[in-house]
Design a protein around this ligand. Structure first.
Ligand SMILES: Nc1ncnc2c1ncn2[C@@H]1O[C@H](COP(=O)(O)OP(=O)(O)OP(=O)(O)O)[C@@H](O)[C@H]1O
Ligand SMILES: [Mg+2]
Length: 247
């Protein structure tokens, strides 16, 4: 974790930036005025209770949901510009849904990725003995190792990872986070949503906390680690209460 902290990040340009981003569904904004940035080589953690707007943000950044207001810039270029296609190619999006071709072998799954087989195996050597197995027969953790290694091997500039380790054991979550950290240390910019908050805080560089679609806290992971109990109580607890009129 040599790159942790802000020193390196401070002199690197943002690979991903949002300016006053408003995002939601059917023209109704759920996420409002979001200003965030991810620099090359850093892992940025996006925290918030259920329904805070994390996945909405991720899907909008990945291009799956239209921007309602504000801008998304990839390597400084607005993604609605003619450079749109190129920008989107720089982004890889992985979610809790294991995006593997279940009837194909692990090897064929990797072959279909833009990065090919060997680079993915270097990231995740655990997959080597499983190469001939159908991906549908892998455990959930193994499927996510496949999903993640294929995504990183494609050498995107930005990785968006939304609840990659949902429902998986802490040990597997740690393995996945470790691979994400290593990729960031090689220059990848990562925006991470993760249920294993404590583990993620250990490997992240910076943190944004969303509440009802707005950033209410941000800082370095080191600063946030000191306030973890408070953050968990105030912002991450289940069943966030709806906003009261006037509050
Ligand atoms: N397709 C949709 N249409 C309308 N509203 C939606 C849709 N998907 C999500 N929402 C609403 O948007 C809000 C934010 O949801 P989102 O999935 O972004 O939250 P989240 O922070 O990812 O939560 P979780 O931790 O449960 O994954 C919620 O109130 C949710 O009900
Ligand atoms: Mg979500």
């Amino acid at each position: 974790m040599t790159s942790q902290g802000t020193t390196k990040a401070a002199d690197t340009a943002a690979v991903l930036r949002t300016e006053k981003l408003c995002a939601g569904y059917g023209g109704v904004a759920i996420v409002r005025d979001l200003d965030l940035e991810v620099r090359s080589g850093e892992v940025v953690l996006l925290l918030g209770a259920n329904g805070a707007g994390k996945s909405t943000t991720m899907h909008t950044l990945a291009g799956g949901l239209p921007v309602i207001g504000g801008r998304v810039l990839v390597e400084g270029s607005p993604t609605t510009s003619p450079a749109h296609r190129r920008c989107r190619q720089a982004i890889s999006f992985v979610t809790e849904e294991r995006s593997v071709f279940r009837s194909l072998s692990v090897e064929d799954n990797l072959r279909l990725g833009r990065g090919g087989v060997e680079p993915a195996l270097q990231l995740m050597p655990e997959l080597r003995p499983l190469l001939k197995r159908k991906a549908g027969l892998l455990s959930g953790g193994e499927q996510q190792m496949l999903t993640l290694s294929r995504a990183i091997a494609a050498r995107p500039k930005i990785l968006l990872a939304d609840e990659l380790s949902l429902g998986l054991a802490p040990l597997i979550a740690a393995r996945l986070l470790d691979a994400v950290r290593s990729a960031a240390d090689q220059g990848l910019g990562v925006l991470l949503v993760e249920q294993h908050v404590r583990q993620a805080m250990q490997m992240a560089d910076r943190v944004y906390v969303l509440r009802r679609g707005e950033v209410v806290l941000q800082g370095t992971a080191a600063q946030m680690r000191d306030r973890l109990a408070e953050i968990e109580d105030s912002y991450l607890s289940e069943g966030e209460q709806p906003a009261r009129a006037g509050s």
